[in-house]
Design a binder for this molecule. Structure first.
Ligand code: GDP
Length: 421
């Protein structure tokens, strides 16, 4: 049978609202966790007198196995629905989530926002919603979770739904188009089938909503862009950069250039999964070899593209950013590290051209002196050394970035225009 189409799913939301439990429950109910393992852990839980926590026990035990390096399905966090197979990308609680999303290691096609019904909208709920929007996640499903801990109250559900809708509207999601499902990840309500505990809810289950997601268009009609993750020297072949094709198609014999390095040559070979292939398309993780390109000519952060339409090297660019957190105020001259595709480049904030109302995107102030947490702005940015970035309208995959400093994500943004070198 043909492989089902694939989707990367992010599970976002405030800490402790039930993201891991939700993922576990989905994997459990879609058969991604082998039955014998579940039985084993169930038995263990019973033995230890933790029967009522059997499900949590299963989750923890699987996590421990993972940490011990035992390879089981859950380590890939992959599950199947009728229509798709999903890979769960890092959850935002994890340190490297933003970085991974930005670098394309785990660009999500859709997200499930988990909001615990007893708590409602919390700080990280807001942060993750802002971030998802800015990072270009356009499809969202909201799980109003822990309904069991809110007496399966329809009123509470409606209140949380209203609060979340308002938040989504603020950052530009069309809340009316976004499905909300009352769930208990813990008890399994409305995850894969409708629950008797919520007779007032007649909508689809969470799994139904996942099946209704739209497959992202394969960006193979855009110009070729492959951010380099690393470059190896392999005897008998030479220099082999590795990376994931973000956009476009690369064929053997094509003339390509690596920017900002500027070295160019003909593609001699392309390898995927240890086999030579004639071409690579978006999503393919490949190694490739280019005539005349040596080990010191390419490095992580370079981007490979057609010589006839090379990746843009920015002297300056304008970005639209949302400030997530900063201990004080951000002013011109600030030089944090920008994470964009596979590059990490220090860039200087030259000017804050427009401060925006994050609710409406309307200009609140021209030439602002400073921005702080919660503000959105159009800014001019100058990389301290050459760097490839593309306007998000032209090549979205290479137009998003995160700004990091002091070990945290200060802001996320997208490139609006590039002034080339
Ligand atoms: P995460 O930090 O968002 O990944 O949250 P976890 O999945 O680790 O869950 C945090 C706590 O909430 C754990 O003790 C879970 O057992 C509990 N929990 C998760 N989902 C539910 C739910 O639907 N109902 C109830 N009552 N507890 C839940």
């Amino acid at each position: 049978a043909a492989e089902k189409p694939h989707m990367n799913l992010a599970v976002i939301g405030h800490v402790d609202h039930g993201k891991s439990t939700f993922v576990g429950r989905l994997m459990f109910e879609t058969g991604a966790v082998p039955a014998h393992l579940i039985e084993k852990y169930r038995a263990e839980a019973k033995e230890k007198g933790k029967e009522s926590f059997a499900f949590a026990w299963v989750m923890d035990s699987l996590k421990e196995e993972r940490e011990r390096g035992v390879t089981i399905d859950i380590s890939h966090k992959r599950f199947d629905t009728d229509k798709y197979y999903f890979t769960v990308v890092d959850c935002p609680g994890h340190r490297d989530f933003v970085k991974n999303m930005i670098t394309g290691a785990s660009q999500a096609d859709a997200a499930v926002l988990v909001v615990a019904a007893p708590d409602g909208v919390m700080a990280q709920t807001k942060e993750h919603v802002f971030l998802s929007r800015t990072l270009g996640i356009n499809q969202l499903i909201v799980a109003v979770n822990k309904m069991d801990a809110a007496d399966y109250s329809e009123d509470r559900y409606n209140q949380v739904k209203k609060d979340v809708s308002q938040l989504l509207g603020m950052v530009g999601f069309k809340a009316d188009d976004i499905p909300f499902v009352p769930t208990s990840a813990f008890e399994g309500d409305n995850i894969t089938k409708s629950s008797e505990n919520t007779p007032w809810y007649t909508g689809p289950s969470l799994l139904d909503c996942l099946n209704e997601l739209k497959l992202p268009e394969k960006p193979d009609t855009l110009p070729l862009r492959i951010p380099v993750q690393d470059a190896y020297t392999i005897s008998g072949i030479g220099t082999v950069p590795v990376g994931r094709v973000e956009t476009g198609i690369m064929k053997k014999g094509d003339n390509v250039i690596f920017n900002p390095s500027g070295v160019a040559g003909e593609v001699k070979s392309i390898e995927m999964h240890h086999e030579e292939v004639p071409q690579a398309v978006p999503g393919d993780n490949i190694g490739w070899n280019v005539r005349g390109v040596g080990k010191n000519d390419v490095r992580r952060g370079d981007v490979c593209g057609p010589t006839s339409n090379p990746p843009s090297v920015a002297d300056e660019f304008t970005g639209q950013i949302v400030v997530l957190q900063h201990p004080s105020a951000i002013t011109a001259g600030y030089t944090p590290v920008f994470h964009c595709h596979t590059t990490q480049t220090a860039c200087t904030l030259m000017s804050i051209d427009k401060k925006l109302d994050p609710k409406t995107g309307q200009v609140k102030e021209e030439n602002a002196a400073f921005i702080k947490a919660g503000d959105a702005a159009i800014v001019t940015i100058k990389p301290t050394r050459p760097m490839v970035i593309e306007p998000v309208k032209e090549i979205p995959q290479l137009g998003r970035f995160a700004i990091r400093d002091m070990g945290m994500t200060i802001a996320a943004g997208m490139c609006m225009s590039v002034k080339q070198k």
